[in-house]
Ligand binder design. Structure first.
Ligand SMILES: Nc1ncnc2c1ncn2[C@@H]1O[C@H](COP(=O)(O)OP(=O)(O)OP(=O)(O)O)[C@@H](O)[C@H]1O
Ligand SMILES: [Mg+2]
Length: 506
């Protein structure tokens, strides 16, 4: 018997124009927590999709040996049947169904052909206990936060007696507390003999709990670092990931004179009739020309809703209070009016409304500012290509061509396209909502550099972020939100992790 629960040998996988994996070797020992790390587009998700049968046997080359047996999965249920569960970053729960229904969907507890829902509720409760989640199994998914939803996905996996649990960037959308809980849970599952493979761009998580960390770069295995030998350090991971050392992940910005108010909100309240409450409550804030203003807060604190209410979502919210753009009171009834007023919002939900996944990179970048490249009303395609190529280079978008459909890019590269689209619009105030979610360390540095350049050109940025390091590293000033209210304002000199957390949990 091998000590390995999983051996992936010489795995290669190609997409048209892209060699996503080339002779990858990946070995995981029973009972360990093994991280898979690498830059955006390195092939991490693809490798896990090969393993789970999303890409069936025959569509890749190489061998998968699981529990000592060569496996040839033709579909996802084949891997589920032998105890492999994969949780994708985009959660696959049904928002309008209850917790217990979601846990047992496709796995219903049947008795004589009839669903036994009482038993399902009781079983669901047991599963929820296992992941340490105290929610009513009959609660609806849509009423729970992302952190809880993530745990329910895991509870669902555990309901199928999982032996190998795979998590693809599970903490990307979680706040610090929920992320910490998830890591604790993995340690707990390890005690019960469950092996985990986790993909994450958060290196602190890797150094905190990894037994091993395998680094992929450009579709190849670079190395496997062993925690028991003290090899798993942030420096070692970064160096192997990017092939060079990164000295300071927050690039310095020369101190500039900060100008007049670009945006000001006074007594700003946004009422959400669907939720029946104020999502932003009596908010007062301002952003000056040439400033990066961070908005920190826990998940659900109202940061995104505040941004949406500024960005002309008047149809969704009932607004009270005033919004001034360069000293002029304005009422922005629609996002298009906000864009005209010089405000852009790069959403955190790039799949939801940020991008057209069925269109290519070039079209996605040009779409917000077609007028600019359409003399006489016809799009000048040559110029469109030149512009898209410029963003491809400055944002290091990894793609075989500008004609690639955005839906086929890796998660982090989609985020970069979304940023490129708004940079081309060229707003005066850019609202970035979780700008580096799912982005690797090297690319983060590039995005921060772009932010600094924009500031130097006289733009202003509001940055909503759950990563405290980023808030502290990049902001000139920080507002902290909780329950739809601004609980405090800190200058970059005053702000630190403790002060932000203290205000965020008020
Ligand atoms: N369905 C697909 N069609 C074409 N190319 C694809 C497809 N899926 C992935 N790719 C390409 O394969 C490469 C590896 O992508 P993958 O999604 O595995 O990266 P990743 O390491 O998970 O990156 P990230 O950290 O950004 O999620 C990328 O160049 C990507 O564009
Ligand atoms: Mg991925």
């Amino acid at each position: 018997m091998s000590e390995y629960i999983l051996e992936m040998n010489q795995i290669s996988k190609e997409f048209p124009g892209v060699k996503a994996l080339s002779n990858v070797n990946f070995k995981v020992e029973k009972g360990e927590i093994h991280f898979l790390v690498g830059e955006n587009g390195a092939g991490k998700s693809t490798l896990m999709k090969v393993l789970s049968g999303v890409y069936p046997h025959g569509s890749y080359s190489g061998d998968i040996v699981y529990n000592g047996n060569v496996q040839q999965f033709n579909k996802i249920t084949d891997s589920v049947d032998v105890g492999i569960a994969i949780i994708y970053q985009e959660l696959a729960l049904f928002p309008d169904l209850s917790v217990y229904e979601n846990i047992f969907v496709g796995n219903e507890i049947q008795k004589g052909g009839v669903m036994n829902w009482n038993k399902a509720i009781a079983e669901a409760k047991k599963m929820l206990d296992k992941v340490g989640l105290k929610v009513n199994p009959e609660a609806l998914i849509k009423d729970l936060g992302v952190g809880k939803q993530q745990l329910i996905e895991i509870a669902k996996a555990l309901s199928k007696e999982v032996k190998l649990l795979i998590l693809d960037e599970p903490t990307a959308a979680l706040n610090e507390d929920d992320s910490a809980n998830l890591l604790e849970l993995l340690l707990e599952l390890k005690k019960q003999g469950i092996t985990s493979i986790m993909i994450s761009h958060k290196l602190k998580e890797v150094t905190a709990i990894a037994d091993k960390a395998t680094v992929l770069r450009d579709g190849e295995t670079i190395c496997t670092l062993d925690g028991s030998k003290g090899e798993i350090t942030e420096d070692a991971i970064i160096k192997n990931m990017v092939g060079r050392e990164i000295e300071d992940i927050y690039p310095k910005r020369p101190k500039k004179d900060i100008g007049e108010n670009i945006l000001e909100l006074t007594n700003w309240t946004a009422y959400d009739p669907q939720l029946g409450r104020n999502v932003a409550n009596n908010v007062n804030l301002h952003v000056k020309k040439g400033e990066i203003v961070g908005i920190a807060g826990l998940m659900g604190s109202g940061r995104t809703e505040l941004a949406l209410s500024i960005f002309g979502n008047a149809a969704k919210y009932k607004i009270q209070g005033d919004l001034f753009v360069k000293g002029q009171a304005v009422k922005l009834k629609h996002p298009s009016e906000a864009i005209k007023a010089g405000i852009a919002y790069v959403t955190e939900d790039r799949k939801g409304d940020g991008l057209f996944l069925q269109q290519d990179i070039k079209n996605n970048i040009s779409i917000g500012n077609l007028n600019n490249i359409s003399p006489k009303g016809v799009v000048n395609e040559n110029e469109e290509i030149v512009i898209a190529q410029g963003y491809r280079e400055s944002l290091t978008i990894k793609t075989p061509s500008l004609q690639q459909l955005v839906g086929k890019l890796s998660g982090g590269n989609q985020q970069k396209v979304s940023l490129g689209k708004w940079l081309f619009v060229g707003p005066e105030l850019l609202i970035l909502d979780e700008p580096t979610r799912g982005i690797d360390v090297g690319a983060k540095f590039e995005i921060y550099t772009v932010m600094n350049e924009l500031i130097n050109r006289g733009m202003s940025i509001i940055m909503i972020s759950s990563e405290l390091g980023e808030v502290l590293g990049m902001s000139d000033r920080v507002y902290v939100m909780a329950e739809g209210e601004i609980k405090g304002e800190l200058s970059s000199g005053e702000a630190n992790q403790e002060k932000i957390m203290e205000l965020a949990t008020q």
